[in-house]
Design a protein around this ligand. Structure first.
Ligand SMILES: C[S@@+](CC[C@H](N)C(=O)[O-])C[C@H]1O[C@@H](n2cnc3c(N)ncnc32)[C@H](O)[C@@H]1O
Ligand SMILES: [Zn+2]
Length: 939
C-alpha cells in the first residue's frame, strides 16, 4: 500500500470514520459540494488502507455510496450497478466491485483464473464459512488416505528423524579425454546459511570409481569442519557447484563439458530428473529445532525405486482419457521463458520425479473421490466448490513438487523453493524433492490451507454473488449496453506469458476435476490462439502473436468493452507497464476503439499476495485511465467532432504544466510521472473523433505522442531546475538532468516494474545472453531515452561520450567511465571504442590510472590544470573526477585559474545534479565534494 500505509496507518483506522460520519450528521454541510467531495476523497483514501477494507462501518458506507451514485445516475432503485472486467485474471477488480456493493462479471480466456474467480466470486459468497470447513475437513481426509497409500515411499529414518526434503542433482557423463566420470550438476553447494548453523555440501572427487562423492561440512566457531568427523577441519571451503552458464566442470579431471553437450546429454534422458543423483537428505527430529542434513542411505533409494515401480503399475492400469502423469506437450512458442524442452523435458510430466508424479496423481484421484462423496451427501454445487478448492490445492502442491524446485538455504527459512518465483520456468540443475506429508515445507497442508484461509477472510464480508465465465475479451458474450462500468487491467505486450505458464497448473486441475467444469476444461491445454499477448520470438517458435496481432486484438477488445457498456457508462483501464511501446499501443487501442479519455491517475495498487492468483501477475503502481464511450445517447459512435491540430497543440503544454506539480505533490515523479501525464494529454486528443491539420490531413496518434513526450520533457526539466531558465544549458546537461530525474523513484515506487524485467536465467540457454553483468551507470529503455532526448533537442547518437546504446537499453555512463574521454588527448571527441572498452574493464578506481596517464602525457601534474572540457557538464564531471582522485590542488587550479568555476552556470548545474544523483552513488558524493569547495575558493 506504499503511500497509504505510511501516511494513514498511524492516523486512521476506524477512528477516522468520525470525520466522514460527522459530515453525514450535519446535512447542511452535504450541500457544500467542495466539502462533500473532500469528505468522499478522504473516505476513499481511508478505505484504501488494507486494515480498513474489512471493517464493517467502511464496508457499509461504501455500499451505501455505490447505491446512491447508481441511483443518482438513473439506476432503478433496488438494482445494483454492473461492473465488467473481461481480462479478469486473478480477479482483484471484480472482487473489489463486490466489496463495494456492485455486481461483478468477470471473464477471462484462461480457465485457470476463470476457476479461481468461480471460487472467489461465486462459491465463497454462496457458501461462506461452510466452504472453508469442508475444504479443511476433506483436505485432512485426503492426507490420511494418501498417507496410507504412499507412506511407505517416504520412510522415516531408523533413528526416528523425518526426511522433509531430498536434494538431487541431474548428472552428465564427463566428456573430458579419458574421464567419463558422472558429474552431478550443482549450482550452489549451500545447504543452510544460518549464522550459527551453516552447512554446505562438499564435492569429493572419486576418479577411480568415475564419480563424485559428497561430504557435509558444517561451520563451527573457528571454521568449517566435516560433519561426519568434526575434528577434521576443512580448509578452503567451496560454495560454487559444478555448473556455470550451462557448462559443467568435472571435479575429477577438471574438464568443462560445454553447454551444448550438457543439453544433448540431458535431452536424451528427458531432462534427467529420474536418474538424478541423490546428494543429501534434509530431516527434522522430534523435540529438536531446525533442520538436519545427512548423506543418503540405502533405504532412501529403495523407497524411490518402489515408488517408481508403483507408478509403472498404476500407469499400466489407467483406463480414462487422461494419462496418470501429464503427457501434454510443452509449447515451444515461449521457449525463451519456458526453456525446459531444450533439455528434453517436452511434456509437463517430464518436470516431475516419478515419486512426485505418483504423489500428485494420487492426490488428484482423491480429490475426485471427495467430489463424489460430497455430491452423494449434499448439493452438487457445494461438491463442485469443495472439489475445485482442493483441485487448486493439488496444483499449488505441484508448484512445490517438481524438479524445478530448488533448495533455499537462506537464513530466514531453509525450505523447498517453489517453481513460480518469477514469470518463467527455467531449468534448474539441482533440485529439492519435498514430501507431501511435511508440515514444514512443500506439504499438502500448505497446499489446501491457503484457499481455506482465503475463504475465512472473505466470508465475513457477506459479498453478493458475482459471475465468472470463460470468454474472449475480443468476442464478449454480454449483450449491448448491458453494464455500467467497464473496469479492466489488460495484458501488457510480452510482459507475462499467462497462458503458457498456466499450463503448468491446468494439467493438474483437469486431472483433479474429472467431470466438473467440463466446458472450461475441455481442451488439453490452456487456449492460446486468442490470447492477447506478444510471444517473445525464437527460432523454434511458430507463434503468430506479434505486435500487430496484439494491437489489433486489443483494439477489438476495447471495442467490445464500448459495445457492452451503456452510453452513459464509465470505463477504467488500468495500465502498469513502463515500456513506451506498450503504452502507445494501449492508448492507440483505446482511442481507435471509440473511447474518450477523461481522466487519469497513478494509483498504488500493490496487492502483495492478497489473492494468490496462480500464474497471475500482481498489480503494482499503475496508471488508471478513466474513459467514456464517444457515443450518442442511442449508443452509436460519434464521428462528427473534428479537432483542430493547432488548438490541440496549444492546449497541450498548459495541461502538462498544470499536471506535473500536482503529481509531484503526490510523490509521483520520474518515469511514473511521465506515464501519468500521457492520460491527461490524451484527454485533449481523444475528445475528438478526428484531429485534422489545416490541410485536412488526419493526425495520427503517433505524431501527437511525439509532441506529448516533448512537452513532458520540457515541463519536467523546468521542474528539475526549479523554474530557472534552462535554455542556457547545453543539450548534454539537459539530457543528463532529465535522465536522472526519470530514474528517480518517488513514494509511488518508480523502480523497475517486475513485469518489465527481462528474465535472467540460471542456465542462460535460449536468450543467448546469460547473466547480466552489473554495470555502473544509469539505464533507461532506449525508446524512452530517445524520446526524452528529442523533446530536449538532443540526439543520443551525438552524445556517444556520455551515453551508450545497446539493444533496447541506453546507459548514461558513470562519470568515472568518462575519464579518458574528458582528460585524454582526444578529450573533445567521442570516446573511441577501445577507450570505452578499456574504461569498462577498469574496476572501481580504474579511472585514477587513466587520470594519471593523461596527466603524465600532458604534463599538468604539479603546476598546471587539465584543459577544460567543452561543455559545462564536461567541466563539472572533470571536477568531480579530480575531487574523487584526491587532486585538491589540481581541482583548485582547474576551477580558479583555468576558470571552470567562474561560470555561474557551472554551480547552478552542479547544484541540480547534486539533487538528482541517487544518494548512494559515487556521483552524488563527488559532486557534493566539488560544491563544498566553492566558498573556500572565493567563487
Ligand atoms: C494483466 S492480467 C489481469 C490481472 C488481474 N487484474 C489480476 O488481478 O490478476 C490480463 C489477463 O488477460 C487475460 N487475457 C489475455 N487475452 C485474453 C482474451 N483474448 N480474452 C480474455 N482474457 C484474456 C489473461 O489470461 C490475463 O489473465
Ligand atoms: Zn572428467
Amino acid at each position: 500500500m506504499g503511500r497509504w500505509t505510511q501516511k494513514h496507518r498511524a492516523l486512521l483506522g476506524p477512528e477516522s470514520m468520525p470525520r466522514f460520519i460527522a459530515l453525514n450528521n450535519t446535512p447542511e454541510k452535504l450541500n457544500d459540494n467542495l466539502l462533500l467531495r473532500q469528505a468522499l476523497l478522504d473516505f476513499i483514501a481511508d478505505f484504501a488502507n488494507w486494515d480498513n477494507c474489512t471493517v464493517r462501518e467502511y464496508l457499509e458506507t461504501s455500499r451505501a455510496l455505490t447505491q446512491a451514485a447508481h441511483e443518482a445516475l438513473g439506476g432503478a432503485p433496488g438494482t445494483r450497478p454492473l461492473v465488467v472486467d473481461p481480462f479478469a485474471g486473478g480477479g482483484s477488480i471484480p472482487l473489489e466491485a463486490l466489496r463495494v456493493g456492485a455486481d461483478a462479471f468477470a471473464s477471462d480466456l484462461n480457465p485457470v483464473p476463470v476457476l479461481l474467480n468461480k471460487v472467489v466470486l461465486e462459491y465463497i459468497p454462496k457458501y461462506g464459512q461452510q466452504l472453508a470447513d469442508e475444504v479443511r475437513k476433506w483436505g485432512e481426509w485426503i492426507k490420511r488416505e494418501a498417507e496410507k497409500e504412499l507412506g511407505e515411499f517416504y520412510p522415516k529414518d531408523p533413528d526416528g528423524a523425518t526426511p522433509i526434503a531430498y536434494l538431487w542433482a541431474r548428472t552428465i557423463q564427463c566428456e573430458g579425454p579419458g574421464c567419463g566420470a558422472e558429474v552431478p550438476l550443482v549450482r550452489s553447494l549451500w545447504l543452510a546459511k544460518k549464522p550459527n548453523r551453516s552447512a554446505t555440501l562438499q564435492l569429493v572427487p572419486n576418479p577411480k570409481a568415475k564419480r563424485v562423492d559428497f561430504q557435509i561440512n558444517i561451520k563451527q566457531r573457528d571454521g568449517w569442519v566435516n560433519q561426519a568427523n568434526p575434528r577434521t577441519r576443512v580448509e578452503n571451503a567451496k560454495f560454487d557447484g559444478t555448473v556455470k552458464r550451462g557448462s559443467a566442470t568435472c571435479p575429477c579431471c577438471g574438464y568443462t563439458t560445454p553447454v551444448v553437450r550438457v543439453r544433448e546429454q540431458l535431452k536424451a534422458r528427458r531432462g534427467g530428473a529420474n536418474d538424478a543423483r541423490l546428494m543429501c537428505v534434509v530431516t527434522t527430529r522430534p523435540g529438536e529445532q531446525g533442520r538436519f542434513y545427512r548423506l543418503p542411505i540405502g533405504a532412501d533409494l529403495t523407497a524411490v525405486r518402489a515408488a517408481a515401480a508403483e507408478l509403472e503399475r498404476r500407469t499400466a492400469a489407467v483406463q480414462g482419457a487422461l494419462s496418470l502423469v501429464p503427457n501434454e506437450i510443452i509449447s515451444l512458442n515461449e521457449i525463451r521463458r519456458i526453456s525446459l524442452p531444450i533439455y528434453g523435458m517436452t511434456t509437463w510430466g517430464d518436470l516431475l520425479s516419478r515419486r512426485n508424479s505418483l504423489t500428485l496423481a494420487t492426490l488428484a484421484r482423491l480429490v475426485n473421490e471427495v467430489g463424489r462423496k460430497v455430491r452423494a451427501e449434499t448439493d452438487g454445487d457445494l461438491a463442485d466448490a469443495v472439489q475445485t478448492c482442493l483441485a487448486f490445492a493439488v496444483s499449488r502442491l505441484a508448484d512445490r513438487a517438481s524438479s524445478i524446485c530448488t533448495w533455499r538455504p537462506q537464513a530466514d527459512q531453509e525450505k523447498v523453493e517453489h517453481v513460480f518465483t518469477r514469470q518463467a520456468i527455467q531449468m534448474t540443475w539441482d533440485f529439492a524433492e519435498g514430501t507431501f506429508l511435511s508440515q514444514r515445507t512443500a506439504g499438502w497442508n500448505d497446499a489446501y490451507e491457503p484457499p481455506a484461509a482465503l475463504i475465512d477472510e472473505l466470508s465475513p464480508l457477506k459479498l453478493a454473488s458475482g459471475t465468472a465465465v470463460q470468454s474472449s475479451a475480443a468476442k464478449h458474450t454480454l449483450p449491448n449496453d448491458s453494464c455500467n462500468a467497464f473496469i479492466t487491467d489488460p495484458p501488457y505486450y510480452d510482459a507475462i506469458p499467462y497462458a503458457h505458464l498456466s499450463d503448468f497448473f491446468y494439467v493438474w486441475l483437469r486431472r483433479s476435476l474429472c467431470g466438473v467444469h467440463i466446458d472450461c476444461l475441455k481442451n488439453s491445454h490452456v487456449p492460446k490462439d486468442e490470447e492477447i499477448v506478444v510471444d517473445r520470438p525464437h527460432e523454434l517458435s511458430t507463434s503468430t502473436h506479434d505486435i500487430a496481432f496484439y494491437e489489433r486484438e486489443l483494439t477489438n477488445a476495447f471495442g467490445e468493452g464500448r459495445r457492452l457498456l451503456r452510453p452513459d457508462g464509465i470505463g477504467t483501464i488500468v495500465f502498469a507497464s513502463k515500456t513506451t511501446a506498450s503504452w502507445e499501443a494501449i492508448l492507440k487501442a483505446v482511442v481507435d476503439a471509440g473511447w474518450t479519455i477523461t481522466g487519469s491517475w497513478p494509483i498504488d495498487t500493490e496487492m502483495e499476495n492478497r489473492i494468490s492468483a496462480q500464474g497471475q501477475a500482481r498489480l503494482a503502481s499503475s496508471v488508471h485511465l478513466v474513459c467514456r464511450p464517444r457515443e450518442n445517447p442511442d449508443g452509436s459512435l460519434r464521428t462528427d467532432e473534428i479537432g483542430d491540430w493547432r488548438d490541440v497543440l496549444q492546449e497541450l503544454p498548459s495541461r502538462i504544466h498544470a499536471w506535473m506539480p500536482r503529481l509531484a505533490e503526490e510523490g509521483v515523479v520520474g518515469a511514473d510521472a511521465i506515464f501519468a501525464c500521457l492520460g491527461p494529454a490524451l484527454e485533449i486528443f481523444s475528445r475528438y473523433s478526428r484531429v485534422e491539420k489545416a490541410s485536412g490531413e488526419a493526425v495520427a496518434l503517433k505524431e501527437y505522442l511525439e509532441q506529448v513526450w516533448a512537452a513532458v520533457a520540457k515541463e519536467a526539466l523546468t521542474m528539475v531546475f526549479h523554474g530557472a531558465d534552462t535554455t542556457g544549458f547545453e543539450p548534454d546537461a539537459r539530457l543528463t538532468a532529465m535522465w536522472l530525474w526519470t530514474l528517480t523513484a518517488g513514494t509511488n515506487g518508480a523502480s523497475n516494474d517486475e513485469n518489465d524485467e527481462d528474465e535472467e536465467s540460471d542456465d542462460d540457454e535460449s536468450d543467448g545472453g546469460g547473466k547480466k553483468v552489473t554495470q555502473g551507470g544509469f539505464v533507461l529503455e532506449y525508446d524512452a531515452a530517445r524520446k526524452i532526448a528529442q523533446g530536449l533537442g538532443a540526439h543520443l547518437e551525438e552524445l556517444a561520450s556520455m551515453v551508450e546504446v545497446k539493444g533496447d537499453k541506453a546507459r548514461l555512463l558513470p562519470v568515472a567511465e568518462r575519464t579518458k574521454a574528458l582528460f585524454g588527448r582526444d578529450e573533445s571527441g567521442p570516446a573511441t571504442k577501445r577507450a570505452k572498452k578499456k574504461a569498462k574493464q577498469q574496476m572501481a578506481f580504474g579511472f585514477e590510472a587513466e587520470l594519471e596517464a593523461a596527466e603524465e602525457e600532458q604534463g599538468w601534474g604539479v603546476i598546471g590544470a587539465p584543459q577544460a572540457g567543452q561543455t559545462v557538464l564536461d567541466r563539472i564531471h572533470q571536477s568531480m573526477i579530480l575531487f574523487a582522485a584526491g587532486r585538491g590542488e589540481a581541482l583548485k587550479r582547474f576551477l580558479v585559474e583555468e576558470g571552470a568555476g567562474r561560470d555561474e552556470r557551472f554551480w547552478r548545474l552542479a547544484q541540480a545534479l547534486s539533487a538528482l544523483y541517487p544518494s548512494s552513488t559515487d556521483e552524488k558524493r563527488w559532486v557534493d565534494g566539488v560544491l563544498a569547495r566553492k566558498k573556500g575558493l572565493g567563487l
